[in-house]
Design a protein around this ligand. Structure first.
Ligand SMILES: Nc1ncnc2c1ncn2[C@@H]1O[C@H](COP(=O)(O)OP(=O)(O)OP(=O)(O)O)[C@@H](O)[C@H]1O
Ligand SMILES: CC(C)(CO)[C@@H](O)C(=O)NCCC(=O)O
Length: 660
């Protein structure tokens, strides 16, 4: 309930003056501990995805918070109360919550489920058998591995659902019911993709977990796992751990931001005396062999920077997956490739590398598309296995009949939001900002404030730079139009001038197989903020939430509010002035970005980073890849905040104690 209120306030934010905003923030601070709300919520269903590295838990709750006692201890029957066949399906009244745990912390997961009594709500349906009331739907290897443990600790059985079935069902569910769910990542920008339900199939689903599954999806329950590769997320994490001694996946990912892959990767130029190999279309900066430099250099592991190792590894694996995926799409003439799995983590460099690989090998005919709820496909898929309980039509209902729903503020983000709002409040009232800026997740303030950006950011000029969205930071990434970049050192694929590989073969393949079918389906530029929904479950805390508005909210409605062409427009460049368009006369907001209207599109140059932010080439510290873990550059955050405030509220922020 409370969250609903917050959402209402949130939507109205643009109408508030700054005192009202402070009040709102205070209000938020005082009351928004969503977890307690959730604890009180009317818990309905629980699904688990118990797999190799991570355990994903998805559960729903209604907003009827007063119906449950403090500890959420409602009986199974009470958990539902929604008649079968009604359009008021339970989830429609509530939210889906997402949580993830490292498999090694299975006990935390059990504790979590137990503390929320989620295991008591398995059989939500009134007529559910006692057996059903004592089960949790589970999929993945862990459904087998941990079955006894769940029985012993929670007294529930795990009702095993096939992993591939679940991945496909989860993906179909998201693509059909959550808008916006799929997006492309091009030139450092995300663009949502409008999914035409009548033209969804077939598509290739690439789930990058520990290993990678490639599934040709032809319809609901109709699919074929056409390929896979063992070189996946587990490889990155496992090998990276050995090579860098990183203690966590996030640390490894973080390291990659600062690395330079060409320190270790052998480039074409390294082989060809600094020159290109034009006959096969490879520039000198193309990667000839990932990690190849280590062969010839008289160096030990310790002599290489951990950052560089991480970077090369991430690039190698992402590029490889992108390439194999495309080849499989080509194999079956599939026009759409969706990428999911927790390896991606919405990470800019990863997405950029995959995108460029797909783009390069398809000669620009295909685009990689990513799913916002990337890591929860399996868990969500298990959800659909409840259809015998009357959820058969849930997608229909989700799709178009949920006007009252609001985009979820995911649990952790709200938690972060709370924390951040506190900082923001301090900021507004002029306390020391330095600590604020250092705060881990400060960046999510921007996400919070701009999550419903289109509604809040009215009347900003259409012309200006294109944004990467709040908190997405900027990155000078490969330009799609520049075929030449694929294979380039740190550009995934090289700067190739002229033809490359076997042009004849390519032509046949592309024209016969791909062209008729592969096409970017961006019917409109649907630049959207990821807002709350995006960050859920991806944040370090591993929790998230999805509410009804995510389901089937017409894009137009989201886009409305005066943001031209449905995308955020950004002005300025945080790098240049430090004011990021917040200067006099500027009304845009932003965290940077290259010039729109044709602007300076910096191509890949020698020594340039074709991909995402790299400090050694002078990219801003607010990197896309940092966006979910906050950002370390307090100055940039401050500048960004200033811009945001100026644009959104017409306020000028003055912060004391900033160290530049
Ligand atoms: N916090 C994290 N801890 C461990 N791995 C993480 C984390 N965040 C992201 N990852 C990446 O996600 C991968 C696991 O992804 P995901 O959870 O989707 O697959 P999985 O279900 O464990 O694997 P599989 O599908 O092969 O069974 C890891 O191998 C790692 O690369
Ligand atoms: C084995 C699974 C399906 C378990 O999730 C996954 O890790 C995977 O798809 N691995 C790749 C295996 C292969 O196709 O070579």
């Amino acid at each position: 309930m409370l969250d609903c209120c917050l959402d209402c306030l949130y939507i109205q934010l643009d109408k508030l003056n700054h005192w009202q905003i402070i009040f709102w923030l205070t209000f938020t601070l005082s009351f928004s501990f969503p977890f307690s709300v959730i604890l009180n919520a009317h818990l309905i269903l629980t699904w688990c995805f118990l797999a190799g590295s991570l355990i994903k838990v998805v559960y729903s709750s209604s907003n009827n918070t007063n119906e449950a006692d403090d500890k959420g201890k409602k009986s199974s029957n009470d958990c539902v109360g929604i008649p079968n066949g009604s359009s008021d399906y339970p989830v429609l009244c509530g939210r889906l919550h997402f949580a993830k745990f490292e498999t090694s912390k299975i006990n935390d997961c059990l504790e979590f489920i137990s503390s929320k009594q989620l295991h008591r709500c398995g059989g939500w349906h009134k007529e559910a058998s006692p057996h059903d009331k004592n089960i949790i739907k589970a999929t993945g290897g862990g459904a087998y591995k941990f079955a006894d443990l769940f029985k012993e600790k929670l007294g529930v059985g795990l009702d095993k659902v096939d992993e591939m079935d679940c991945l496909v069902a989860g993906s179909n569910f998201l693509l059909k019911t959550v808008h916006p769910e799929a997006f492309t990542y091009i030139d450092g920008r995300e663009e949502y993709v409008q999914i035409d339900h009548n033209d969804l199939y077939p598509y290739l689903l690439v789930n990058i977990g520990s290993g990678v599954s490639m599934i040709k999806v032809d319809g609901d329950g109709k699919f074929d796992r056409v390929s896979g590769t063992s070189v996946g997320g587990g490889t990155f994490w496992g090998l990276g751990k050995l090579l860098t001694k990183c203690k966590s996946f996030d640390e490894l990912l973080e390291l990659s931001h600062k690395g330079n892959n060409r320190v270790i990767d052998m480039l074409v130029g390294d082989i060809y005396g600094g020159g290109d190999y034009p006959k096969i279309g490879l520039s000198s900066t193309a990667i000839a062999s990932s990690f190849g430099k280590a062969i010839s250099e008289n160096k030990e592991l310790e002599d290489y920077g951990r950052e560089d190792i991480s970077r090369s590894l991430l690039r190698m694996i992402s590029n490889n997956i992108g390439q194999i995926s495309y080849l499989n799409a080509l194999r079956f003439g599939l026009k759409r490739i969706f990428f999911g799995g927790f390896f991606i983590r919405g990470h800019a460099y990863t997405m950029d590398t995959i995108s460029v690989a797909v783009h390069f090998w398809s000669k620009g005919e295909a685009k990689a598309m990513f799913l916002r709820h990337e890591g929860f496909l399996g868990a969500l898929g298990a959800f659909t296995s409840y259809k015998s309980h009357g959820l058969d039509n849930i997608t229909t209902h989700y799709s178009y009949q949920t006007p009252g729903f609001c985009m979820a503020a995911p649990i952790p983000v709200l938690s972060y939001q709370t924390v951040n709002l506190l900082h923001l409040l301090k900021l507004i009232i002029g306390r020391n900002f330095e600590n604020v800026a250092r705060t881990h997740c400060l960046q999510s303030i921007l996400l919070c404030l701009l999550g419903t950006g289109p509604r809040m950011l009215e009347g900003r000029p259409a012309q200006t730079n294109r944004s990467k969205g709040p908190g997405r930071g900027r990155s000078k990434s490969l330009r799609r139009g520049d075929q030449t970049k694929a294979m380039t050192a740190d550009g995934v694929m090289g700067r190739v001038h002229g033809s490359r590989r076997d042009p004849w073969k390519d032509k046949i393949l592309v024209e016969r197989l791909i062209k008729p079918s592969i096409l970017p389906r961006l019917s409109a530029r649907r630049r959207q903020h990821f807002g709350f929904g995006r960050v859920d479950g991806y944040s370090d805390s591993g929790y998230g939430e999805l509410r009804g508005e995510d389901f089937g909210k017409p894009l137009e409605r989201e886009i409305g509010g005066g943001v031209s062409e449905g995308r955020e427009e950004f002005v300025g460049d945080v790098d240049k002035e430090g004011d990021a368009g917040a200067g006099e006369g500027s009304e845009g907001v932003g965290v940077g970005g290259e010039e729109a209207n044709g602007g300076d599109r910096v191509g890949l140059e020698e020594g340039d980073d074709g991909g995402c932010p790299r400090e050694d080439v002078g990219h801003p510290a607010v990197a896309d890849s940092d966006r979910r873990r906050g950002c370390k550059n307090s100055g940039t955050i401050m500048r960004t905040l200033r811009v945001q405030f100026k644009a959104v509220f017409g306020l000028k922020l003055f912060a004391r104690g900033i160290k530049k």
